[in-house]
Design a protein around this ligand. Sequence first.
Ligand SMILES: [Zn+2]
Length: 141
Amino acid sequence: MDTLTIHLIDGQEMELPLVVAFTADGEPADLVGDVAPEHCDHKGATWSDCFDLRCPRCGSRLFLPASKLAHRPEAEIEKMHVLWVGAGWPSWSSGGWRVPDGWTLHSHPFFVTVGGLPVRNDRYEVFANEERRIAFEIKTD
Ligand SMILES: [Zn+2]
């Protein structure tokens, strides 16, 4: 596991682990990378919509429950992540999106299995720009 060395004011050094992946038990996990995201169910990995966590086996971002991102190619997960950030980091809890006042649920082909993607109303232009950019990338791939 990579570490970050902190030089303390008294001359001592402290090694902090750089953790990007956790097991389902919340234990830090090394990235193994023994499987491609499209073949991975991300089982046993912790996800977070607050921290940039990765699946220890395939390295995919896990910004939604692992099962919702299972067996998707890396490029698709990355595009979903861009849209999710553009939308304003909507939260997933208790098996569904939280759609508070000031947010609108939009349908999107990448988010069909989770019932769409909530977009913060004041970020709609940012989201729409990312959506257009990704649609253009897909067309030119
Ligand atoms: Zn995985």
